[in-house]
Design a binder for this molecule. Structure first.
Ligand code: EPU
Length: 433
């Protein structure tokens, strides 16, 4: 099992380029199941989660090919398979988004029910409610969800206890685009990744109105045709790099970003005293005299609120700020495993229900730490960049699921970071995202 070794305390300088968005790519890959004809995707990140989804699509009859120029070609060749293989599906929760496309395109879908998750309870009731409202007959058998019946369209409300659902919206939208009627989705998620999926589908001939709002109107069409599409930049990777630049008080420019996707993050960073120059497609950190931020509070919420996927990284940032900050997690109230690992580096953090209270300290010290999920690993790498001494982040296979060559990108701006390959009997196959 690989680990990442970081010798902290180095200043960084230069550009950190952002890859395509993982969370936009995964549902768009599932959407290929709906399309007749070839699809060409650009700006697809080379991540293990993307490779897992490609293996699932291949089992479902899709031909996939990475071109030498980095574009990804996909085309459905065989429409007979309607069951997503358990062995692959269990590796990644996001693979549940093949349910809607399989049902509407192949008449029936059988997909493994997602199991437990380190964030706590992660139900899929809203996905199923949406399909039922569109005409799906839902049943369960041997750990699988089966959706059958004719997709007729209809009215569905996808609001849950914490707001909308990202992949639930994606799943229902994909079923609705080929349904034999019109669908209204109220309380649809409006995350940029959901918008990218809807725009991709429209480029293939779907009729989705209201993109970017909570109310989507989808007129079903008979078929979708292929198209060429470029995936949006990864706002979470961009926000992670920004935290690294600010924590190390370094003149670093995060490039290839869409700043409009990061407004909540930028607002909190500025409130904490970060000096940022924002351009059309870049965000530059300008070092400050003190090099230390003021503590600020955040509460995670669905978009356009502060994203839960940047909560762990923001906690690493606040661990060294001046004062006390309160981080409240409203999307996944149990998503705090990273707090204990950050404490091993000297951070002062205590939990109170869905909140973490962080008392900033001037210095963190390197230590061996364990990554528990994708964003937790990113927060530990960030903390390692400023900790005194060596930090070894173990179980880095988590980070490879969502960050493309993170150590290489950070090396290019001067970080003392390396991946150490170690042979191991097994790497976990349990998914968090
Ligand atoms: N929820 C329900 N019922 C459902 C679905 C969700 O109650 O049927 C609840 C969840 O328990 C949670 C909230 O609704 O409290 C939001 O969950 P959501 O469904 O929006 O999450 P998701 O779609 O499964 C995606 C991202 C996650 C990201 C969340 C929230 C992908 C592949 N995953 O998950 O990304 O945290 O939205 O923004 O898009 C990550 O990239 O590290 C990651 C975990």
């Amino acid at each position: 099992m690989d680990r990442i070794l970081i010798r902290g305390g180095r200043g960084l300088t230069g550009n950190l380029p952002v890859s395509g968005s993982k969370n936009a790519t995964l549902p768009i890959l599932a959407a290929v199941l709906l399309v007749d004809g070839p699809v060409v995707l650009r700006n697809v990140p080379r991540l293990t989660d993307v490779e897992t989804m490609l293996r699932i699509l291949e089992q479902l009859g899709v031909a996939t090919n990475w071109r030498p120029d980095g574009a990804l070609e996909l085309e459905v060749k065989d429409k007979t398979v309607y069951q997503a293989p358990y062995d692959l599906v269990r590796k990644m929760r996001a693979s549940f988004v093949v349910l809607g496309p399989l049902w509407v395109r192949r008449g029936v879908a059988k997909v493994s029910y997602p199991g437990g998750c380190v964030f706590g309870h992660r139900p899929v009731d809203l996905h199923l409610k949406g399909m039922r409202d569109l005409g799906g007959d839902i049943s369960f058998e041997g750990g699988n969800v089966i959706v059958a019946g004719r997709a007729k369209g209809g009215v569905t409300f996808l609001g849950g206890n914490y707001g909308s659902t990202v992949l639930g919206t994606a799943n229902v939208v994909m079923a609705a685009v080929l349904a034999q009627g019109t669908t209204y989705i109220e309380y649809a998620a409006l995350e940029p990744e959901v918008q990218d999926l809807c725009k991709f589908l429209n480029a293939c001939g779907a009729r989705i109105k209201g993109i970017g709002s909570h109310l989507l109107e989808i007129e079903g069409v008979d078929m979708l045709h292929g198209c060429e599409w470029s995936i949006i930049p990864d706002r979470i990777e961009a926000g992670t790099f920004l935290c690294g630049a600010i924590m190390t008080n370094s003149p670093v420019t995060v490039t290839g970003v869409e700043p409009m996707h990061l407004l909540a993050m930028l607002d909190r960073l500025r409130a904490a005293g970060a000096n940022l120059e924002v351009g059309k497609d870049f965000i530059r950190n300008i070092p400050t005299a003190s090099g230390r931020l003021k503590a600020v509070d955040i509460t995670t919420m669905p978009h356009p609120g502060f994203p839960t996927d940047l909560q762990a990284q923001f906690m690493a940032l606040m661990a060294r700020a001046e004062g006390v900050s309160v981080i409240t997690e409203k999307v996944y109230p149990e998503r705090f495993i990273h707090a204990s690992e950050l404490q091993r580096l000297g951070a002062r953090i205590r939990r109170e229900g869905p909140s973490a209270i962080i008392e900033g300290t001037e210095e963190l010290q390197g230590a061996p730490v364990m990554a528990s999920d994708l964003r937790a690993s990113a927060s530990l790498v960030l903390a390692g960049l400023v900790a005194r001494g060596d930090t070894n982040v173990h179980r880095v296979y988590h980070i490879d699921r969502g960050y493309e060559k993170i150590e290489k990108k950070l090396q290019c701006v001067g970080a003392d970071i390396e991946r150490i390959h170690e042979t191991s009997p097994r790497a976990s196959e349990v998914s968090e995202n």
